[in-house]
Design a protein around this ligand. Sequence first.
Ligand code: FAD
Ligand code: NAG
Ligand code: NAG
Ligand code: NAG
Length: 550
Amino acid sequence: MDLLRLAAAILVVLLSSSSVSHGARPLPQPGPIYMRFVVNATEMPSEDYYDYIVVGGGTTGCPLAATLAQSYRVLLLERGGVPYGRPNVMTQEGFLSTLTEVDTYDSPAQAFMSEDGVPNARGRILGGSSAINAGFYSRADPDFYLKSGVDWDLGLVNQSYEWVEKEIVFRPELRNWQSAVRDGLLEAGVDPFHGFTLDHRVGTKIGGSTFDGAGRRHSSADLLNNANAANIKVAVYANVERVLVASTAQLAGPRQAAIGVVYRDRNGRYHHAMVRPNGEVLLSAGAIGSPQLLLLSGIGPRPYLSSWGIPVAYHLPYVGQYLYDNPRNGISIVPPMPLDQSLIQVVGITKVGAYLEAASNVIPFSTPPRSVFIRTPSPPLYITVATLMEKISGPTSAGSLRLASTDVRVNPMVRFNYFSDPVDVEKCVNGTRKIGEILRTRSMRDFMFREWFGSTSFRFVGPPLPNDLSNYYQMAEFCRRTVSTIWHYHGGCVVGKVVDRSYRVIGIGSLRVVDGSTFAISPGTNPQATLMMLGRYLGLKMIRERMRYR
Ligand SMILES: Cc1cc2nc3c(=O)[nH]c(=O)nc-3n(C[C@H](O)[C@H](O)[C@H](O)COP(=O)(O)OP(=O)(O)OC[C@H]3O[C@@H](n4cnc5c(N)ncnc54)[C@H](O)[C@@H]3O)c2cc1C
Ligand SMILES: *[C@@H]1O[C@H](CO)[C@@H](O)[C@H](O)[C@H]1NC(C)=O
Ligand SMILES: *[C@@H]1O[C@H](CO)[C@@H](O)[C@H](O)[C@H]1NC(C)=O
Ligand SMILES: *[C@@H]1O[C@H](CO)[C@@H](O)[C@H](O)[C@H]1NC(C)=O
């Protein structure tokens, strides 16, 4: 292990130690009273019928289910529990603790290591990854609507965003680090300044947040508040194992169709949820979960499924292919003064393929007792680590996913092939250069330490940038060596390859995939706004279509 990897490993350990002594503030009272329709899967009947079965109570699945339940009988199946009442999940300060919590079937973040060697995480809780994320909220880049392969109704897109925003999006209050980053971005030429806006515009802006003024988290789970309680059932701790597919008697359209799903509760008991006539199964299990479920249901590349002994329902070669993750690179420093804790609030949107963000985390760690003779433990020591990071747009480097087991609870093997396309390297070099330029602005001087001989320098935690920002080779090497994830992984069931423009699975009736797995490109910005909009949007579209043909 070279020194820099060692430093990176120490940083990981440093961050992990936060779970030990983290004192999140007491939980503000969980709001929603809708819990009446949220039940433990153990209490569900062994067989039941619904118009729509939504698999995955995540970022997209919750608004989708809530919308469909306005007019139809809906079942939402989520493998995890509820976020309310969990202090780490429900507060901004708990962000790192949730991510570093020991991974059990009950932890809200399911950790996984990609084959690229980068630690990553998936939400496993009602609200999905929107219940464990950093809360930054911004509408998609206008380019997204042109390039995502879907004929968007932009009026309905806006209506759908607004429906989400009035419920769970807040204007953040900038404190010291975020304000300094805003100024640094402008000094480094990432302009103009747009102030607070939910739109994606080149320059520097303050985005929305799903954390409210008290630092309390809101997530897509809150959107279930809008559901018609008489029409919806939400089963938590419900692990969906596969989609049931049967031959259809129809002369037109696909010869096979989804007729229901099989799920298992925490007592190991199986349940069947079946669709009523004209009903559908909707997979919203995310970029890892949805391709995994299609494969486990026999929908995927025939030779691959056969190698696992999975009976083939339909040969669909691109399931699990075109999987992408936006690489994250950046630097962390320990400033000479304490900083306010902040997740992402200010962003810099460049024209050169990179997107800049910042965070500051208070990291408590217990020091060993000062003396072996004094038994009282010493108080925890707090340091703040301030981070500047960039992610690239796109990306175009594609990876893939394979099963690691036929047990749905086991994470598939995932490879993102970061920087396999040189264009992605170039974007990263552009973005990390921008970070270097920000570090050289006046706004960053307060965050440097004064050395004994009068000069000033940053105290880096983990690797610093190369000194010579103009050296392309060194900058590219930094990108490859320090790559981590910004958790915006997407694809695996992309539009045009696995689903059509209406998100219907190609070749199988009554089955759609509606989540980040359908994206062949990221929405420029952080994806949660676009995914929540998509859940609402498609729900409204489906209701309209069905009304029209009745
Ligand atoms: C740590 C982290 C920080 C992030 N920060 C931000 C940010 O600040 N802003 C932003 O916009 N985006 C952020 N993201 C990205 C964003 O949260 C995700 O892109 C988005 O939430 C994905 O939504 P989804 O609907 O595709 O999947 P998810 O929200 O992950 O939903 C999938 C759901 O399906 C469930 N599921 C999966 N398999 C099964 C099964 N077999 N049976 C039953 N249920 C199943 C899962 O438990 C989960 O609830 C972050 C992500 C992470 C992980
Ligand atoms: C759900 O039921 C299982 C099995 O009875 C139990 O172990 C689990 O604690 C329950 N969870 C909740 C949140 O009630
Ligand atoms: C949708 O909202 C955006 C602002 O986010 C606006 O620029 C655009 O004109 C709106 N489009 C429609 C069709 O209303
Ligand atoms: C990187 O930045 C340069 C200008 O600094 C620009 O010409 C180039 O197009 C950028 N690369 C990408 C992939 O956007």
